[in-house]
Design a protein around this ligand. Structure first.
Ligand code: FAD
Ligand code: EPU
Length: 337
């Protein structure tokens, strides 16, 4: 059922656990309900925001507008043949439950993305990625409703313009489309990807390399590094890993021989923001209730009563020191609202 709430607390709707209120909060379960709501309310003229699980959001103040929260559920196999399976998933299905479902059905492709918080509808926004896999590899298309026209639109994979932690929904179409469902295609002969970090080594403890064991290993690695938002507020990596041109990468490598640098192509390399931040002395630092995680310098945490502005303040200080020491600009991964 659709519900419109007024002066609604967002504390349970952001994994940073920041206290902030929304003036209006609208939840809906079906396409009919959102069509009806958009036809009766001209929301383009007010401030609005679409949210999922709130695991990539930082509220820096109260939200003096309307939050739209799709509650659409459902996992449905649309097509299956000898080569692939096409699955349609509602925006509010919990991502990791969907990953567990694919593993239980023997569908390979997203097991490396186990334990990423949030819901399915948000996964195309920043093209979630981890352990050598990005969700763009299995997205066939994205179903959405245009807020302005109230029309249903299907975005093909190519039209989503996926890139590292990026898509058309973070750029040209930012906040303009409510993603309602995502269609995923899983190939039946898909090879496992276990080259990243210590996955292969951890798998040596198992008798077989299969989906279930890969999922278990990924969960174990993630739990050893990343704080659980239920215990310590955070939104995962606060910054993106910076991409620099080859010349800058070569200069940095010569000055800092231990710097991890990953070649992306002939022109560009990716740096490890966590390493840069740690080298600037931030790892484990705490200022009031905002801090840099002790095991992962790329993760900013809320020890309890930090305000969004405290987190942003710390983030800005980190950016300044990384720019000063390395000449590298850090870009936010988290969506600061
Ligand atoms: P939200 O935070 O609610 O929203 C994120 C963005 O998507 C916002 O811009 C919002 O407006 C938009 N949005 C959400 N739903 C919709 C919709 N239905 N239609 C249109 N726009 C929408 N990310 C990774 O990529 N890799 C990781 O390994 C990873 N690890 C993490 C670990 C931890 C501990 C945490 C807390 C976060 C991590 N993240 C990671 C970040 C986060 O989990 C992902 O970005 C996730 O996809 C966000 O989902 P959400 O449902 O919480 O979205
Ligand atoms: N590092 C440090 N110090 C730190 C953290 C990292 O030196 O405090 C070094 C590591 O030693 C390693 C390198 O940085 O050499 C990369 O570290 P790691 O493999 O832990 O991954 P990351 O680059 O910090 C990225 C993603 C994560 C994703 C992991 C695993 C981004 C912004 N972050 O982190 O995604 O889970 O790789 O694939 O790309 C997220 O987006 O929220 C997120 C958690």
């Amino acid at each position: 059922m659709a519900v419109l709430r007024k002066n609604y607390s967002l504390k349970e709707h952001n994994t940073f656990g920041i206290e902030a209120n929304a003036k209006y909060f609208f939840e809906f379960d079906t396409l009919e309900e959102i069509h009806d709501f958009l036809s009766k309310n001209d929301i383009v003229s007010i401030q609005y925001l679409i949210t999922g699980g709130g695991s990539n959001l930082l509220f820096t103040e109260d939200f003096n507008g309307l939050i739209i929260h799709p509650n659409i559920l459902g996992i449905k196999i649309l097509e299956e043949d000898d080569e692939s399976v096409l699955v349609q998933v509602g925006a509010n299905e919990v991502w990791d439950d969907f990953v567990a479902w694919t593993v239980s059905k023997g569908l390979a492709g997203i097991e490396n993305l186990s334990l990423i918080p949030g819901v399915v509808g948000a996964t195309p926004i920043q093209n979630i990625g981890a352990y050598g896999v990005e969700v763009k590899e299995v997205i066939e298309s994205v179903e959405a409703i245009c807020v302005e026209t109230n029309k249903e639109v299907t975005f093909s994979n190519a039209n989503c313009e996926f890139d590292y932690r990026n898509s058309v929904f973070k750029n040209e179409y930012k906040n303009q489309f409510i993603i309602t469902q995502v269609n995923f295609r899983f190939l039946k002969n898909k090879a496992f990807k276990v080259h990243y970090g210590t996955i292969a080594k951890e798998l040596e403890n198992y008798t077989e390399v299969n989906l279930k064991n890969i999922r278990e290993v990924i969960i174990k690695i993630r739990e050893s590094k990343l704080p659980d938002p239920k215990q310590l507020g955070n939104a995962g990596s606060f910054f993106k890993n910076p991409i620099v041109n080859k010349t800058q990468a070569d200069v940095l490598q010569e000055k800092h021989p231990n710097m991890p640098i990953y070649e992306l192509n002939e022109m560009q390399s990716k740096l490890a923001a966590g390493w840069l931040i740690e080298q600037c002395g931030w790892k484990g630092k705490r200022i009031g209730d905002a801090g840099v995680h002790k095991d992962q310098a790329l993760v900013i945490v809320n020890y309890g009563a930090a305000k969004g502005s405290d987190i942003l303040h710390l983030a800005n200080d980190i950016r300044k020191s990384v720019l000063y020491k390395f000449g590298v600009k850090l870009e936010l991964e988290v969506n600061a609202i």
